[in-house]
Design a protein around this ligand. Sequence first.
Ligand code: CMC
Length: 368
Amino acid sequence: MVQVSAGLEGVIAAATVLSDVDGQAGRLTIRGWAVEDLAGRARFEDAVHLLLDGFFDDLPADLAPALGEARVQAFAEVAALDDALAARDPYDAMRALLARLPDGDSLCDALTLALTLAVAPAVFTAATLRRRQDQEAIAPDPALPHAADFLRMIRGATPTEGEARALDAYLVTVCDHGLNASTFAARVAASTRAGLASAVLAGLSTLKGPLHGGAPGPVIDMLDAIGTADNAVPWLETALDAGERLMGFGHRIYRVRDPRADALKAALSRLSKSAGALPGRLALAEAVERAALDILRRRKPDRPLETNVEFYTALLLEALDLPPQAFTCVFAAGRTAGWIAHAREQQASGKLIRPQSVYVGPRPRAAA
Ligand code: CMC
C-alpha cells in the first residue's frame, strides 16, 4: 500500500540557504541571523539585501535608492486601478495590479524587475486603500525609507520614526520562513522556468487563505467579538464546540511558541511606548491568549498548539492604524522578497518539481 503524506507533512522538498525553521526549539534563522535580532534592528531594505545577496550579480550594497526607484516604477501600474477593481477585496486588487507587471525571462538576471516586484504589494495596497476611501493614490517618495513611504502613501502624512520602525520590524520578521505553503508554490512555479512575476503570483495566491497568511484579520474579529477579558473563556469554548479553529494558534512546524510572536510583541511594546498609547488592547489580547492556550492544552493534550505569528501581527498592524482587510496584503509586502529569493534559488537548481499521486479512482471500464 502506497503511503501518502497528507499535506506533505514531514517531506523535505528543497535545500535552501535562505532560512531555517526549528520547530522543536522555536527558532527561526534567516541567512545566519536569529529573527529576534533582525526585527527591531534591520530595515526592510536590509532584509531584501540579505535575501537577494548572491542571487543577482548586480545587487548594489545600498538598496534604498533602487527600491525607491522601484516604487516609482510600480506606481505606473496604479493608473489601471479603476473603481471596479478598487471595490474588490484589497488583496485581489493588489494581486490583479501585480499581474500587470512583465513576467521576466526565467534565465535573465533582471534585478530591476525583482525589486519592482518586491515593493509592488506595498505600492498597490496603499493605492487601493486610498481609492476605497475616494481619495487619490499618493505617488511614492523614492527618497524615503520603504516602511515610512508605505505608511505615507496610505495616510497622506509621514509617519513617526517609531511607526516606521514598527512596520520595518514586521516586514523583516515575516520576510522568509522556510518552505511554507506560499514559498513552496513560488518554487514550484519557478521550477517550470516560468518568469519571476509568475512565481510571485503563485506565492501571493497561496498566502491568501486563513490557514496561512489570512489569519490576522480574523484575529481582530475574535478580539472584537470577545470584547472583555472575562468573556474570553466562554467565547473560546463556544467557538471550539462549534468546530472552529482559533486564529493565531497552532503551526505545522512549531511545537513550541512561534519566535515571531515574541519579536512582534516586542515591536508592539516599543511602539506603544513611543506613541504613549494605553495598553488596553494589549491587556485584552494577553488575557485571550492565556485563555486560548489553557483551553487548547486541555482539549488537545497530545498536540501542542501555541501562539503563532498571526496573533501579534494583528495587534501590531492594528496599532499602526492599518485596516484588517489589508493585513494579508501587508504580510505579502514582507514575504515577496523571500519568494523572489527562493524562486532564484530554485531556478539555479534547474530541477522541475513534480511529485506523484496514487490513483484511487475506478479502473478503466471495458469499452462498449
Ligand atoms: N484551533 C483549534 N484546533 C486546532 C488549531 C487551532 N488553531 N490548529 C490545529 N488544531 C487542531 C486540529 O483541529 C487538529 O485536531 P484533530 O487532530 O482533532 O483533527 C489538530 O489540531 C492538528 O491540526 P492540523 O490541521 O492537522 O495541523 P496542521 O499542521 O495541518 O495545521 C495550521 C497548522 C496553522 C493550519 C493550524 O494550526 C490552524 O488552522 N491554525 C489556525 C489558523 C492560523 O492561525 N493560521 C496561521 C498560521 S501561522 C502563519 C504561517 O506561518 O503560515
